[in-house]
Design a protein around this ligand. Structure first.
Ligand SMILES: Cc1ncc(COP(=O)(O)O)c(C=O)c1O
Length: 383
């Protein structure tokens, strides 16, 4: 049986149009964008074009976009960059308890360097309450960093409200948009953020490329020191091949988002409806309305996610909890939502993509239902 990929939040394949856009820079145009001769200028044109394509998608100026190695670097640069540049103003950062490690670990690092970090709690849908942000802000606060959409449960945070509160209090706002760009509309002005991270491999570009939006006037300490690449923001010879790919990936989204969204929603909803008929005790996590169109976090009570995953014959999905010897390690997101243990430990994440077909969903439902039933027949609870 052909494997069925339902893990598009982990990574996406490269879109054929993206691959085609990169090929000339693999085989022909190898110049260094910093060189003034024709070889270099051809490469520079590709990087400049990519920057414009990213900016067009986000609704900002090309000069406000720097190319990075991915979501992790963009988040590091945004958060460490603000903490270094605004240190004289204060040492307090606010984030949420459901962020990706690419934010949480940066905050933990800064805590070890004299910063105070507030981790906003979330409700049972994984949603931050903007009022709690308002209460958490102090005269020392310099940055609020809350993700746009959660990678595990798909919940979409009220970023425009969060930015408005931050700005009213003289605080900068950053959003990790690694999971939202390419799935829902993302505009820097609508979100009102000062900094925004994107990750190429989540949006059908290759792994190892991303971008950081830096609103004009915002200061950042450098992460990478060296020569004056990326308008002086990030040293290092540009990844020309992948920049061309990221640019094309962003152009495709700008042109086709509604269609992609329709396909992802249709297949995700079909998966949830058909699985729900087969396994009526399953529970869907995440916000019922404010949720990514492709993400389905499903709890199968009293079962272990790893057991279900190992029973799957041809579906690729991921677990919300991992078992190590006798201990179950629940993901920090499900913990922050205070999901009951018996639900959290049997939680799987399915994420559909622009290539997912209805036929794949029909076959996937069969595999998942059988894997859950097999796990149930072997579970000590016998439920
Ligand atoms: C929400 C979120 N932020 C950041 C990242 C990290 O991005 P990258 O893999 O490009 O470093 C991921 C990747 O899983 C993510 O889901």
């Amino acid at each position: 049986m052909e494997p069925i990929y339902l893990d598009y939040n982990a990574t996406t394949p490269i879109d054929p149009a993206v691959a085609a856009a990169m090929i000339p820079y693999i085989y022909e145009h190898f110049g260094n964008p910093s060189s003034s001769h024709a070889f270099g200028q051809r490469a520079k044109t590709a990087v400049d074009k990519a920057r414009c394509q990213v900016a067009d998608l986000l609704g900002c100026l090309p000069d406000e976009v720097i190319l990075t190695s991915g979501g992790t670097e963009s988040n590091n640069h945004a958060i460490k960059g603000v903490s270094g540049a605004y240190r004289e103003k204060g040492n307090h950062i606010i984030t949420s308890s459901v962020e990706h490690p690419a934010v949480l670990d940066v905050c933990a690092f800064l805590e070890g360097h004299g910063f105070d970090v507030t981790y906003l709690p979330v409700d049972s849908y994984g949603m931050v309450n903007p009022r709690q942000l308002e209460w958490a802000i102090t005269p020392q606060t310099i940055l609020v960093s809350v993700m746009h959409a959660n990678n595990e449960i798909g919940t979409i945070q009220p970023i425009s409200e969060i930015s408005e509160i931050a700005h009213r209090n003289g605080v900068l706002a950053h959003a990790d948009c690694a999971q939202s760009v390419g799935k829902i509309p993302v505009s820097v002005d609508e979100l009102g953020v000062d900094l925004l991270s994107i990750a190429g491999h989540k949006l059908y570009a290759p792994k190892g490329i991303g971008a950081l939006y830096i609103r004009s006037g915002v200061r950042l300490e450098k992460l990478m020191h060296g020569a004056g690449h990326e308008m002086g923001w990030r040293a290092g010879t540009e990844n020309v091949i992948e920049a061309a790919g990221l640019g094309m990936a962003c152009q495709l989204i700008a042109e086709n988002l509604a269609g992609y969204c329709e396909r992802m929603t249709e297949t995700r909803d079909m998966l949830e409806a058909q699985l729900g008929e087969r396994l009526p005790d399953m529970k869907i996590n995440g916000h019922p309305e404010h949720r990514l169109p492709n993400t389905s976090s499903i709890s199968f009570p009293s079962l272990e996610a790893d057991t279900i995953l190992s029973n799957l014959e041809y579906v690729a999905a991921s677990a919300g909890a991992a078992c190590h010897s006798d201990q179950v390690e629940i993901s920090s997101v499900l913990q922050a939502m205070r999901l009951p243990l018996d639900e959290a430990m049997g939680t799987l994440r399915f994420s559909t993509g622009r290539y997912t077909t209805r036929d794949e969903i029909t076959r996937a439902v069969e595999d998942v239902a059988q894997a859950v039933e097999a796990a149930r027949s072997r579970s000590p609870q016998g439920v």
